[in-house]
Ligand binder design. Structure first.
Ligand code: ZN
Length: 284
């Protein structure tokens, strides 16, 4: 089928209390793994392409591989730019068939973030492309934040209300204390802020850094309006661990299919567990 609609998938999740997974792709095997599981679980799914992955794979390949996957799929496949950094990058992704984009202006002052995000929405909406925006600072695990710094990085609900109203974004990623990469210790999510943001914005919310958040926290976040959850690190670890085991065990292996195949299977297991946890199985 043709690519699915980002907005339709997220709004259905928002209304019905489940989240659609965004799983980042790095190559052909990753794309196959994610799309195969989505079909087996009858779930919509978002293929996330970061600017780093686009640089690594080539945007022509990203667009073509994702399109081939969608064409063969019986469930909606969405191709989404993850953490887009510029207006030019957004235009490039539209040119290569992306169905939705994230513009990440979160490191700019509020006014500049609003202006950039609004400009992206104005370019995308007439073309049927949907937009995710972000406010606050979603850190990486390398950031050891003090309590004050953590507070400062979190989204301010009143700013979120203004941001969503003035930009017209279709989905909103509020920084609530989740991080990219593997967590050191237990994640500490600001559910009170999430709830306020949901009440003030009324649009589907996005949780970044979905790896390592306890299942009960994921369910809690979904109950407070999170309708899209980004997962990348978990698949990276699953893929690499299996391949490392194979190399440790077998010093003679040279056929890439003998390790990329098991790597792909490991991603499938990881994605399946997330799709079931997020409640999107059977929702395609
Ligand atoms: Zn992210």
């Amino acid at each position: 089928m043709p690519f699915g609609s980002f907005k339709a998938a997220l709004e259905d999740g928002f209304k019905n209390g489940y989240a659609v997974g965004q799983f980042n792709i790095n190559n052909l095997e990753w794309t196959q793994a994610i799309v195969e599981v989505a079909n087996e679980e009858n779930s919509p799914v978002i293929l996330g392409a970061s600017e780093g992955a686009i640089k690594y794979m080539g945007i022509e390949y990203v667009g073509a591989i994702a399109k081939a996957a969608a064409d063969m799929s019986k469930v909606p496949i969405i191709l989404h730019l993850d953490h887009g950094s510029s207006y030019d990058m957004i235009l490039k992704c539209i040119r290569y068939g992306f169905t939705s984009v994230m513009i990440d202006g979160s490191h700019y002052p509020l006014e500049e973030n609003i202006a950039l995000t609004k400009k992206v929405v104005e370019a995308c909406h007439p073309l049927g492309i949907h937009v995710e925006g972000e406010l606050g600072r979603i850190g990486g695990v390398e950031d050891d934040l003090t309590v004050d710094a953590r507070e400062a990085a979190l989204v301010r609900p009143e700013e979120a209300e203004r941001f969503v109203k003035e930009t017209g974004v279709d989905a909103f990623a509020p920084a609530i204390g989740s991080q990219h990469g593997h967590y050191k210790g237990k994640p500490n999510l600001a559910f009170d802020r999430l709830e306020k943001v949901r009440d003030l914005t009324g649009i589907p919310l996005v949780l970044h850094g979905g790896t390592g958040i306890p299942d009960e926290d994921i369910r809690h976040a979904i109950s407070l309006g999170v309708a899209k959850i980004n997962v990348n690190t978990e698949n990276q670890s699953a893929f690499t661990n299996v391949i490392r085991e194979i190399f440790d065990r077998d010093k003679e292996v040279y056929d890439p299919r003998k390790y990329l195949g098991p790597g792909r299977a490991a991603i499938k297991d990881a994605v399946r567990a997330k799709i079931r946890l997020f409640g999107s199985a059977g929702r395609a």
